[in-house]
Design a binder for this molecule. Structure first.
Ligand code: SAM
Ligand code: SF4
Length: 330
């Protein structure tokens, strides 16, 4: 971990050493809660180029960001994804680079991405039941995705996490299957409460379930809640001496969730989002065109950080600019 404190601190004294960078909106899956009708776009979007990504990450690293997550959409649909990994891994100050993927291309590419410098990954697997996985994602690819995770573990990725969006009536009975899965594998399975977005209100009402239900079950089964470290992000983690892996719960509707916020986001076209559910996107792209603009870019980011709000106000049904998570980068 970086000993240098980040200069990115907001008016609520939260520090932001972590940047989530979306590199594309495009996705090849149709997850029911995210892109039920698949990806579509009226005109060809112009996602950040390699040079723009280099300048952006260099500027944030200069402000004390040491952790980057590449996300999307599906980041691996970009043909230059290996080059992006290589580029970001070499930027001074970036000590931890991760990415979030639906796992579609993991089996074929895990080695290449590792060789380019990737060490940490989150794979989204909402069910270990093949039919249910197919229903939720519209892709009958569970076996391939699981084989990709095995491959990543064999190669030696340092942190392998599985994201599970908790869905009432679909996978709310899946805890035991995931506990079996982590018994012999050093994998963290993180259950994420379904979030309301601009596009999914009806789905949200039908499928949202509080993660409290899993917390109770874990405690009953002898899992222990780890002490939460300040600035470690919003997940609450549980461990058990008989299991190699661990379980995390991410409950955005819980009280004080935003107190632990440690991340800023950049959209695939270069807007800064102070919050996933924020009302405004702050364009940065005009300051990503030349290497001599980096200082001006840093000044703009620092100024805007003062406007970061204390909370997402999701409990009041406010979803800001977010139509779905693929559009801002989940
Ligand atoms: N396509 C990649 C994937 O699915 O892993 C990366 C982008 S996806 C938007 C990032 C994460 O957000 C995934 O784990 C996904 O399950 C989660 N996600 C998407 N929509 C969500 C929602 N409405 N509520 C909670 N999590 C959501
Ligand atoms: Fe695609 Fe990820 Fe959204 Fe699923 S959750 S549709 S894989 S962006």
């Amino acid at each position: 971990m970086n000993a240098e404190p980040t200069t990115l601190v907001d008016s609520y004294e939260r520090a932001f050493p972590y940047l989530r960078l979306s590199i594309t909106d495009v996705c090849n899956f149709r997850c029911e809660y995210c892109l039920p009708n698949g990806y579509s776009c009226d005109s060809k979007p112009k996602f950040l180029t390699l040079d723009e990504i280099r300048r952006l990450v260099t500027a944030f690293a200069g402000l004390g960001v040491w952790k980057i997550r590449l996300t999307g959409g599906e980041p691996s649909v970009r043909k230059d994804f290996p080059e992006i990994i290589n580029l970001v891994s070499q930027i001074p100050g970036i000590e931890n680079m991760a990415f979030t993927t639906n796992g579609y291309r993991l089996l074929a590419n895990a080695q290449k991405w590792y060789d380019e410098g990737m060490r940490n990954l989150n794979v989204s697997i909402d069910s270990l039941n093949r039919e249910m996985f197919h229903k939720i994602t519209d892709h009958d690819r569970l076996d391939d995705v699981l084989a990709g995770v095995e491959k990543a573990l064999t190669i030696g990725y340092e942190a392998v996490k599985i994201n599970v969006v908790l869905l009432r009536g679909l996978n709310d009975d899946a805890l035991d299957s995931f506990l079996d899965y982590v018994k012999q594998r050093p994998v963290t399975v993180r259950f994420i409460e379904l979030m309301q977005t601009g596009d999914n209100l009806e789905y949200f009402k039908k499928r949202h379930l509080s993660a409290d239900i899993l917390r109770e079950q874990l405690l009953q089964k002898g899992w222990v809640e780890n002490i939460h470290v300040n600035g470690a992000g919003p997940a609450v983690n549980f461990t058990h001496p008989d299991y190699q892996g661990s379980i995390g719960l991410i409950a955005p509707y819980s009280k004080d969730f935003c107190l632990g916020c440690n991340r800023l986001r950049i959209t695939s076209t270069g807007d800064l989002r102070l919050c996933l559910f924020g009302e405004i996107g702050i364009p940065l792209r005009d300051l990503l065109q030349r290497d001599d603009q980096i200082q001006e870019l840093q000044t703009r980011v620092l100024k805007q950080l003062n406007y970061k709000k204390s909370s997402h106000f999701l409990d009041q049904g406010l979803t800001g600019l977010l139509p779905n998570l693929s559009s801002t980068g989940g």
